[in-house]
Design a protein around this ligand. Structure first.
Ligand code: PLP
Length: 420
């Protein structure tokens, strides 16, 4: 009855206020994976014997460092002025110094090769609007599959079509550039890469970058390198290779054609602060800055001050990694006896194979154990004859140790029951 009333109400509303003609590309946007998940769980009563544990959302849950909160509070007087879109020179320098230290860069000009952004998400989206030449009706934007859904939405709203490069387990979830034809590469204007990858955790190596740069040169395209998980890794002596570092190692010291996207959200547990950066090719960033000036996305001055302090401190990041490492080691030890699982290269996800359909797995796990994971097929699209996310689920080990381990124990039990 209720749903009948809702439908009638919606029809009446539409008759009263017909939507004006709007950007038709909006209709191409897919529902977000979490909307699909609520639909999947509709009508299910999760086991009341178990407390709810969510491993589905990739939102950091460790505490935001007190010193970052303090700097934010101490700088609220900054709200009395308009900030510059390029950010303060102090913030650009703090980001630039961090990039030089972290990636052993010989040179990076903080004034022309770094721009602060309000989290990597908005920048990843805006970048496509700036790079894609919408006057070319056949424009393509290439991206990994599975992937972070913003890349797809950004491509569609920029008037381009997305093209997917499937990440396969047998290839260690590496990009296979041969999946696009010569003709498709010719139409490709922008290519997103995500390393460390969400959801697979795979990190691109120097050979992957060499191949990618060769494609970028041959086909005149721009690389957007999403590195928002770069600081979540498990071996202190072996941090993930970044796009700018790879460029330098391959003799591309001007970082031509590549822009890296970094973030404090995961590194410093401040997803609500909305703070990140773009860095790389000065000619591209000059135009992106122009775009951003019109878009109106300058960073709040207090957030700029707090970000500057966060990029200058590494101790809290080392401690954060220690907490993730403890969870991943324990989780892999627990699950290793019941399913094929190994330490990801980096990031905070377990990308687990499922013995049954991934949606059914997620549904039953929710119902019987009150644990939420995200079906892999929701994070990928059908391409090259398959959905490469099918038969996987993504479990984000973001909660504190005890809560994560409680969920992992239930997962183990669920796998055991499935094998019976
Ligand atoms: C792959 C990937 N890129 C970018 C982001 C955006 O992060 P933020 O906007 O907080 O920097 C996320 C967030 O979950 C992500 O998973």
């Amino acid at each position: 009855l209720t749903s009948g009333c809702d439908t009638r109400a919606r029809i009446i509303l539409r008759l009263l206020s017909p939507a004006p003609a709007m950007n038709p590309n909006l209709a191409l946007l897919q529902p977000y994976p979490f909307q699909k998940l609520s639909a999947l769980f509709k009508g299910i009563t999760p086991s009341p014997a178990h407390s709810p544990v969510s491993l589905s959302i990739g939102e950091p849950k460790h505490a935001a460092p007190a010193f970052i909160q303090q700097v934010l509070k101490d700088n609220l007087s900054g709200l009395a002025r308009y900030p510059a879109t390029a950010g303060s020179s102090e913030l650009r320098r703090s980001i630039g110094d961090w990039l030089i230290r972290r990636h052993h860069l010989e040179h990076l000009n903080a004034d022309s090769q770094v721009v602060p952004v309000n989290g990597s998400r908005e920048a990843l989206f805006a970048f496509a609007q700036c790079v894609v030449d919408a006057t070319r009706p056949d424009a393509l934007v290439a991206m990994p599959n599975p992937f972070y859904q913003i890349y797809e939405g950004a491509a569609l709203l920029a008037g381009a079509q997305p093209r997917f490069l499937n990440l396969e387990a047998h290839a260690n979830f590496r990009m296979n550039f041969a999946q696009l034809t010569h003709e498709e590469w010719q139409r490709t204007q922008l290519l997103y890469v995500c390393s460390p990858g969400n959801p697979t955790g795979a990190v691109m190596n120097l050979e992957d970058w060499r191949a990618l740069f060769a494609h970028a040169e041959k086909y005149d395209l721009v690389i957007a390198s999403d590195e928002c998980y770069s600081e979540i890794y498990f071996d202190e002596a072996n941090p993930p290779l970044g796009g700018l570092q790879a460029a330098q190692l391959l003799g591309r010291k001007d970082y031509r054609r590549v822009v890296a996207f970094g973030s404090l959200s995961k590194r410093s547990n401040v997803p609500g602060m909305r703070s990140g950066f773009v860095a790389g090719d000065a000619a591209i960033l000059e135009r992106f800055l122009l775009y951003r000036t019109y878009h109106g996305c300058a960073m709040n001055p207090a957030v700029q001050m707090a970000s500057e302090a966060a990029w200058r401190d590494e101790a809290h990041v080392v401690e954060n990694r220690r907490a993730y490492r403890a969870k991943f080691e324990a989780a892999i030890q627990t699950l290793g006896s019941v399913t094929q699982v190994s330490m990801p290269d980096a990031a905070f996800y377990l990308w687990l194979r499922t013995p049954i359909d991934d949606c059914e797995f997620a549904r039953q796990l929710h119902q019987r154990y009150n644990v939420t994971v995200l079906p892999g097929s929701y994070l990928a699209r059908e391409a090259h004859g398959a959905n490469p996310g099918a038969r996987f689920v993504r479990a984000a080990l973001v909660a504190e140790f005890d809560e994560c381990m409680e969920a992992i124990k239930r997962l183990k039990q669920f796998f055991q029951e499935m094998h019976k």
